[in-house]
Design a protein around this ligand. Structure first.
Ligand code: SF4
Length: 596
């Protein structure tokens, strides 16, 4: 097992030094009749920290955890957290997202719109929030996961169910040993983070020998006047960079070690209930699909950008729409959730062409992604697109044109798809030309409403933290064909049309290329909304414990049986294997199976 990097020297808040203030303050917080932000602020003002400042939420949580054994506050920790929670939306889908970035590495793509910051993995900019966290942690996967969990925990968010999202360049182009090590260290961090006591959950800092430092690279590449490419600079740096104990750790990260860490995670306090990896369509073949699954992935972010071969070629994308069609088919047939990235306004595109492209994405059987990020192309200085722009051959759509296009996209997104983004969160200082409106989604949604239309995607209908009466839930099934399957999107909705849970059932038309799956029906996703309840905790007001997931699985089993399937498999995440065992599934090698 790799050694953990050194512990931080950052001064840690010690509740004992503030006992005289914290105990009465916590009593007041516990006694608040209306625990809203204004009343909380009033209480914090009444009992200041060090005579002038405010105690932070994390101070209060640390104090509560320290003194609750000796002092009765009249509420439990969960109730305190509810009162202090600042950003409830983040975990309202029931799962806490932890995003980590891989180190900079050469990318097989030559895409002209892609930023080239050599301190970052290809396509990321160093002042994006996730990128800043990765830099501070020197791209060390253990530290990135640990410190993100620590931040969530200190703010009172649950960390028992975690979706790990690995971003950065093209995952499939990194050496397999690095991939294994990266995922192993993510699982090590989940397994080691206690998540239930204040002991040992503090932030850790990267030590000198941990991770990789790219900060001293300041070479401008790709954009106007640059002499070297991103790949050349990064390759050079990597030759010098990966040495000593880190190199040995990477080489030491065997499949057996990864599988052992995954097994340990099944009963860990912080479980991976989803693992997302990011790649390009032309990197997806049968063996890559198997490798992604072996890593524990359940969802793949796939940069498809456009279906127009002409626009793909003009942007030096390096693959055509046939590669996209094939990749989606393989991933779907292996049960993965497909999270596509689509880019309007590329070089050579037009508003009308983009409208048609978006229509095709859902109208044509080979595509139909489960989730979608819409990233309108923006001009970044370090991209090759700068030269095209300076030659007057490309310019971004005007604000109104773009809003008009996006309104149409939102209006035509089917119910089975989740629109996760409609604009990329790039700091406006990095954008030379293009959209700088950060709340573009709100602008587009308002315009959609003005026109008397509504978006029916998953995100617009999720129930989030609202309560509901389980006996009134209605079942709705949406069926559609793909090139490799008949898909059923099974939904449970409230009478006022809010989505409480859904299941994606894949009924394949031919045996899978993965022997283990054969001709089984396949559950690709089960998702139940509600504020994330801690594993093992039962609270009847929370959706996850009302058996909504189980009802969806039984419904899927019934449909698959009626359709003549004899077995049903599920692409379970490491941390949900126990749940599926309780529902009658037996462990296979990469999937779990239930006879019908
Ligand atoms: S494949 Fe992705 S990361 Fe690589 S150059 Fe193209 S857009 Fe950038």
């Amino acid at each position: 097992m790799a050694k953990n990097p050194a512990r931080a020297a950052r001064p840690k808040f010690d509740p004992r030094a503030y006992e005289a203030e914290l105990i009465p303050l916590l009593r007041e917080v516990a006694a608040l009749f209306e625990p809203d932000a204004a009343s909380l602020q009033q209480v914090l003002r009444k009992i200041p920290k060090d005579g002038r400042g405010f105690f932070s939420r994390s101070d209060l949580i640390a104090g509560f955890r320290h003194f609750q054994g000796s002092t009765d506050f009249g509420i439990d920790e969960r109730e305190l957290l509810q009162r202090l929670k600042r950003k409830p939306v983040r975990t309202q889908s029931g799962v806490t997202p932890v995003t980590v970035l891989t180190k900079p590495f050469p990318c097989p793509g030559q895409c002209i719109f892609c930023p080239s910051d050599v301190r970052m993995p290809k396509s990321y900019l160093r002042d994006e929030p996730g990128a800043q966290r990765a830099t501070l942690n020197k791209f060390d996967p253990f530290l990135q996961v640990w410190n993100r969990l620590s931040a969530f925990y200190q703010l009172g968010h649950p960390v028992d169910k975690v979706e790990l999202i690995v971003l950065g360049g093209t995952w499939s182009s990194y050496p397999e040993a690095y991939q294994r090590w990266f995922i192993l260290r993510c699982f090590d961090a989940l397994n080691e983070f206690s998540g239930t006591t204040s002991a040992g959950t503090g932030e850790r800092r990267a030590s000198m020998e941990a991770g990789m430092d790219f900060l001293d690279l300041d070479e401008g590449v790709e954009g106007s006047g640059a002499s070297r490419s991103y790949n050349e600079v990064v390759k050079d740096h990597l030759k010098r960079g990966l040495q000593g104990s880190l190199l040995a750790d990477v080489e030491d990260a065997t499949w057996q070690k990864l599988e052992a860490a995954q097994e340990q995670n099944e009963s860990s306090a912080c479980r991976s209930v989803g693992l997302v990896l990011e790649t390009r369509p032309d990197c997806v073949d049968e063996s890559e699909v198997m490798r992604l699954r072996r890593m524990g992935a359940t969802k793949v972010q796939l940069g498809i950008q456009t279906l127009s071969d002409e626009v793909l070629a003009k942007n030096k994308r390096g693959h055509d729409s046939e590669a996209t069609r094939r990749a989606i088919g393989l991933l779907r047939r292996a049960g993965f959730k497909i999270h596509a990235h689509w880019m309007p306004n590329l070089f050579g595109a037009s508003c009308e062409g983009d409208r048609e492209d978006f229509r095709q994405l859902f109208a044509e059987a080979p595509y139909r992604p489960d989730e979608l990020k819409i990233y309108p192309c923006s001009l970044i200085e370090t991209s090759e697109l700068m030269q095209v722009y300076e030659a007057g051959q490309w310019k971004p759509y005007g604000h109104e044109e773009l809003v008009d296009l996006l309104v149409d996209c939102l209006a035509h997104t089917p119910e089975y798809c989740r629109l996760t983004r409609v604009v990329r969160d790039i700091p406006s200082t990095d954008i030379v030309d293009g959209n700088k409106v950060t709340n573009l989604r709100e602008v587009v949604e308002a315009e959609l409403k003005n026109r008397g239309q509504a978006c029916r995607d998953i995100r617009s209908r999720e129930i989030r933290g609202a309560s509901f009466d389980v006996s009134t839930l209605e079942r709705q099934a949406l069926e559609f064909e793909t090139e490799v399957s008949r898909e059923s999107f099974l939904q449970m909705v409230t009478p006022d049309d809010q989505l409480v849970g859904f299941l994606r059932l894949c009924l394949p038309v031919a045996p899978s290329f993965i022997d283990e799956l054969g001709q089984s029906a396949l559950i690709r996703e089960v998702h139940v909304y509600g504020v994330s309840a801690e594993l093992g905790e039962r609270d009847e007001s929370k959706a996850q414990h009302l058996g909504v997931g189980q009802q969806l699985v039984e419904w899927a089993a019934q449909l698959a049986t009626q359709a003549g399937y004899e077995e049903m498999a599920v692409i379970s995440a490491i941390g949900t294997r126990g749940y599926y065992r309780k529902l009658g599934f037996k462990d296979g090698v990469l999937y779990q199976h239930r006879a019908l």
